[in-house]
Design a protein around this ligand. Structure first.
Ligand code: CA
Length: 369
């Protein structure tokens, strides 16, 4: 009954505080409890661009909300809303900006309508990998620039996951040379789509839910989605013959969490740190999950579904890279801040490529199967 007495003394707030409960041992005294309490419970809404519980991305949002709840001992509770549950997917940024929701989960390239520079914080064709993106964001000045880009909207960004290198996509025609891109109707959004267009193709933007039937009916010739883990879940192998790699257009897409600045600044300092730290944990965790699950999903696609996995021919990749450099450089011409972000990204990319050429690239080439 000692425990009950303790809770009665500490007040109802302590019931929600795992840290206080777990510290309730023999040595605990009411005096100690009084200094740790009372606590108020704060409830936040997290709106997401993903379908509820969507593997990897939606579950990544759930994971982040769970971490914040656990790390705060229940003082900050985050309720996750899937796409369309509270707002449509592409209104997530505005919902966080206006305070309709305190928190959002998506990818920064969705917000290029707010700033062209936002795209650098998600994925750039032939740009940095997941490991390199994290290095730039945390130790290369990227995070400060991302904050600057979102600041006029009262939104604070954080990296909260990464898909790793994606796949080039599912094709119903062989890609043997640059000429095969002519007239290719492919679902590929964003900068990658613009690159395909300039290479002679026809990019189409379709929401995830329409991809399968469009590919199966021949409305489109090809589609990219994510990688083996998500593509297997969508059943795309039933609608296309060839599975090409690498995902030149999304070499390591950063998934973001963002919060309303006023709501964030109203939190006590320890909860602010918990939110930031939980994002950092979620960021590392999602990449680990994708790396692990893509392996097993690829085995299933090849061994159980006889998928024809092919590498894009080198001349095709060379052509796409040349066009990508032009497309990405054009973002820099949009405004002063975009130019500043482009400069930082390109400088870091150049340096990290020099390092990874003698480290990662050399090692991957020699380590064998
Ligand atoms: Ca993709």
């Amino acid at each position: 009954m000692k425990r009950r007495d303790f809770l009665g003394t500490a007040g109802a707030g302590a019931l929600l505080t795992g840290g206080v409960l777990s510290g309730c041992g023999q040595e605990s005294t009411p005096e100690k409890a009084a200094s740790a309490a009372p606590e108020e419970t704060i409830e936040w809404k997290m709106v997401t661009t993903w379908p509820k519980n969507f593997p990897g991305l939606g579950t990544g949002a759930n994971n982040l909300a769970r971490l914040i709840g656990e790390m705060s001992g229940g003082r900050l509770k985050v309720k996750v809303y899937g796409a369309k549950e509270l707002v449509p997917p592409f209104e997530v940024f505005d919902a966080v900006s206006s305070g309709t929701a305190e928190m959002g989960h998506g990818a920064a390239y969705y917000w290029k309508g707010k700033s062209e520079a936002a795209q650098f914080f998600a994925a750039v064709p032939f740009g940095m990998t997941a490991q390199e993106m994290n290095a730039w964001l945390y130790y290369g000045g990227g995070m400060e620039l991302w904050e600057e880009v979102y600041a006029p909207f009262g939104v604070v960004p954080a990296a909260a996951g990464n898909s790793g290198l994606q796949m080039g996509g599912w094709f119903n025609k062989e890609i043997n040379g640059v000429a095969d891109l002519q007239g290719l109707k492919m679902r590929i959004p964003g900068l990658g789509g613009e690159v395909l267009k300039r290479a002679g193709g026809t990019p189409v933007n379709l929401p995830g839910g329409e991809i399968f039937t469009s590919l199966q009916s021949g409305t489109i010739d090809a589609t990219e989605w994510v990688g083996p883990y998500n593509d297997l879940a969508f059943g795309l192998y039933k609608a296309a013959q060839y599975y090409y790699y690498p995902g030149w257009h999304e070499p390591g897409t950063t998934i973001e969490c963002m919060y309303n600045r006023q709501a964030f600044e109203a939190l006590p300092a320890d909860l602010q740190s918990i939110v930031s730290s939980a994002c950092r944990v979620a960021n590392a965790d999602m990449l680990a999950e994708y790396t692990a699950r893509n392996n097993t999903a690829l085995q299933t696609l090849v061994n159980e579904h006889n998928v024809d996995v092919r590498e894009f021919p080198r001349p095709v990749l060379d052509k796409l890279r040349t066009i990508s450099e032009e497309v990405v450089a054009e973002i820099a011409a949009q405004d002063a801040l975009s130019a500043k972000v482009y400069e930082s990204y390109q400088t870091f990319r150049k340096q990290v490529v020099a390092w990874h050429d003698i480290s990662e690239r050399t090692y991957l080439n020699v380590r064998g199967g």
